[in-house]
Write a protein that binds this ligand. Structure first.
Ligand SMILES: C[C@H]1O[C@@H](n2cnc3c(O)ncnc32)[C@H](O)[C@@H]1O
Ligand SMILES: [Zn+2]
Length: 449
């Protein structure tokens, strides 16, 4: 049987089965150097350079012809809700609080583990096809999400979204759900998947519950993933109720450390940015979601970078974006900053590429996001034959401003080939399973699909 792009299915299956020592020949790097890349079967890059093919050809089990492609590090999505792929297009053109309370939360009340499994499978497929190799996920039924991620062979940090509105019984259930995920993820013994604690936001989790979340995170040595200062109303309400900003409130509760990834940060003050810098916390920028939900202000990147805060990139969920394409997100991040802050030099192309790669890996607590010796082989081969990549005056500019996820030809995570010539095994089954799962969710909620 011949698969798309003329690859035989037998050859294909072998290519995708397991990590093997691999040589990528004649590939271009963003600095325009033509090199070969060799990584071994542990998934670690061992050599990058012009003579690598000559020296290591005999040690490689697989050779990929990289000619006509540009190698960039795999992309890292540091804030999303994977299974919200099932809610894509369900509730558009609304303001955040109304969107959440009138449309999203009522539908999410009907979610099952099966929906989350298929929604996360679809998210992983979409990410692999657009070059994302790692993501920071906060949602519900996270053991089912973990199964989906484990099968998809990409990296993830998984947290159960804790929403209590001060209800003690609910908090107990949420902590139990978190603990279950933490132990389940450990039982998988996957080097690619870790867990986090996910207090949803300072407006859905009160200070005493936030403190307990912080303690749990420190005890388990896991990340803390939250939403922060997304809207002006959140900041104003927090000032009114607690006499401080949501950032100061998180800090008082012990939630800010170098293991904290806070999404959005649109309404951070300069003092908030200083505090985040002092604590070594990370901000995940989500420009598409912010613009779609009309949060009214762009994250202050200039203040954050001035105060030494690591800023990474995320798409948010598929109901507020409505895709998981990090290449698209990079362009929108770079142009949104320039437009909102009226500063044409803000967030240049090279910086937004780092934001989507090495800054993301740093936020998620692993070494990665660079193509060099000793780093994990998280590598994308981007086609140079795409119209959007021609001409190639500046590869970094083309990646940041011109390409979208469709230009990614090959996706490699931790040395394993997940997509080659845009072919991903099981794509059709995933699309079928996720489509019927989305219909089932709407049926259960009494909404005709
Ligand atoms: C985990 C919960 O978080 C909800 N969610 C998705 N996107 C956002 C956002 O931009 N701000 C706040 N909360 C969000 C998701 O629907 C889950 O309920
Ligand atoms: Zn979110």
């Amino acid at each position: 049987m011949i698969q798309p792009h003329g690859i035989s299915s037998i050859q294909d299956k072998e290519l995708f089965l397991k990590n093997r020592s691999t040589l990528i020949t004649d590939v271009l790097l963003p600095n325009k150097k033509q090199v070969d890349i060799w990584y071994d079967d542990t998934g670690i890059i061992r050599a990058v350079g012009p003579e690598v093919a000559k020296e290591h050809r005999s040690e490689a089990d697989i050779t990929l012809d990289g000619s006509g492609t540009l190698a960039i590090p795999g992309l890292v999505n540091t804030h999303t809700h994977g299974a919200m792929t099932l809610l894509r297009g369900y509730a558009d053109d609304m303001h955040l609080q109304q969107w959440l309370s009138e449309k999203i939360w009522p539908l999410e009340a009907h979610l099952t583990g099966d929906h989350v499994y298929w929604g996360t499978k679809l998210a992983c497929l979409e990410m692999i096809k657009s070059g994302t190799v790692a993501f920071n996920d906060m949602y519900f039924f996270m053991k089912d999400a973990a199964r989906a991620v484990d099968e998809s062979k990409i990296r993830a940090v998984l947290s159960h979204g804790i929403i209590t509105f001060g209800n003690e019984e609910k908090f107990e259930t949420e902590l139990k759900a978190t603990d279950d995920v933490v132990h389940y993820v450990r039982s998988l013994h996957s080097p690619l998947i870790t867990s986090a604690i996910g207090p949803h936001a300072p407006y859905t989790v009160p200070p005493d519950h936030l403190s307990i979340c912080a303690e749990y995170g420190h005890k388990e040595k896991i990340l803390l993933h939250t939403h922060l200062a997304e809207t002006k109303q959140e900041v104003d309400d927090c000032q009114k109720t607690y006499g401080m900003t949501p950032t100061a409130l998180l800090d008082k509760a012990g939630c800010l450390s170098d293991r904290t990834v806070a999404a959005h940060g649109c309404w951070l003050s300069e003092d908030d940015c200083r505090l985040l810098g002092e604590r070594g916390s990370h901000i995940a920028h989500n420009p598409v979601s912010n613009m779609k939900l009309a949060t009214g202000r762009a994250m202050p990147y200039h203040w954050l970078s001035d105060k030494g805060v690591n800023v990474s990139l995320g798409t948010d969920g598929c109901s507020s974006n409505n895709n998981l394409d990090m290449l698209e997100e990079m362009k929108i991040a770079a142009i949104c900053q320039k437009f909102f802050w009226n500063l044409d030099t803000l967030l240049p192309a090279a910086e937004v590429l780092s934001m989507a790669t090495s800054c993301g890996a740093k936020a998620l607590g692993y070494a990665g996001g660079e193509i060099k010796e000793g780093m994990p082989a998280d590598i994308l081969l981007v086609s140079l034959h795409c119209p959007s990549m021609i001409p190639l005056h500046n590869p970094v500019s083309n990646i940041a401003y011109s390409a979208d996820g469709g230009a990614v030809d090959t996706t490699i995570c931790n040395g394993r080939i997940l997509m080659r010539n845009r072919y991903v095994p099981d794509e059709n089954e995933i699309i079928k399973g996720a489509s019927s799962s989305a219909d089932d969710l709407l049926n259960r909620a009494g909404i005709m699909a």
